[in-house]
Design a protein. Structure first.
Length: 264
């Protein structure tokens, strides 16, 4: 038996680009047969809906409201809801963080100023994990593609918010070349996506009891499959990248390697 989970979801409470509140998603995922969802609102350096002028404790409390609303409704309807977040660097590359909780955030205000490497090392040490979200996305707001080859535990290979199938094909190829687990998520910002978009997710062999279970599954290559559209990650070798590409190593240093060589 497999358990299906949404891994990438935003709420209007905490993500400035979202349009739906956390509790509005619950019945929809339950009807689709999902075992649970992970709320991953945009974090401090991303497109957050929470004012950065607030003291840290108040900022964290407000940031968690979208998740908390979803969790409360999930408890009423019988759908598990877990906590994560999506952090952004240089207004370009995004990282999904799993395995930690609100209390951990309250105790670590320095998270706001971390580099990619500092984020990775600290989260790993605390029992969490880092997944690079939609690494080959080429939407208008992105200035360049940054491939963080050594500061992530996995790659989000299928993202339902990507406009082009090729972005996911490149991401899957990239994950395989790095030998990292591939995940999938809807990157959902409003319930309308259930009716005029696609809904993705990952399959696990065991039911999650906490977000730490998902972090462990990522670190131990425990993803048993992904739910994505047919052919979504099929790589043909003629996919185009029109943005500049920057590849970084495990020390978060830029290296001169060409992305095409990396994906061969």
């Amino acid at each position: 038996m497999s358990f299906l989970y949404e891994t990438h979801l935003h709420t209007v409470r905490s993500s400035a680009c979202a349009n739906s509140r956390g509790f509005e998603y619950i019945h929809l995922y339950k009807e689709r047969g999902y075992s649970g969802i992970i709320v991953t609102d945009h974090f401090y350096n991303g497109n957050t809906a929470v004012s950065r002028n607030l003291p840290w404790r108040e900022w964290v409390n407000r940031f968690c409201r979208g998740y908390e609303e979803a969790r409360e409704e999930g408890e009423r309807q019988g759908l598990d809801v877990f906590f994560g977040w999506e952090e952004t660097f240089d207004d370009c590359d995004d990282y999904l963080v799993y395995g930690l909780d609100k209390d951990w955030l309250l105790e670590h205000p320095e998270v706001r100023n971390w580099t990619r490497r500092e984020q990775y090392l600290a989260l790993r040490a605390a029992g969490g994990c880092v997944v690079q979200a939609h690494p080959f996305r080429q939407h208008s707001y992105i200035r360049r593609i940054i491939l963080s080859t050594g500061c992530v535990d996995a790659v989000e290979a299928a993202n339902a918010g990507n406009y082009e199938q090729s972005y996911d094909a490149l991401a899957m190829r990239y994950a395989r070349r790095l030998g990292l687990p591939a995940t999938a998520g809807s990157d959902i910002h409003e319930t309308r996506q259930f009716y005029d978009g696609e809904i993705f997710g990952v399959y696990l062999e065991k039911k999650m009891n906490s977000i730490a279970d998902y972090a462990e599954a990522i670190r131990n290559h425990g993803i048993t499959g992904i739910a994505a559209g047919p052919g979504r990650c099929d790589y043909h070798g003629n996919e185009e990248v029109i943005l500049p590409v920057e590849i970084r190593d495990r020390y978060d240093r830029k290296i001169g390697k060409n992305w095409k060589e990396l994906l061969k």
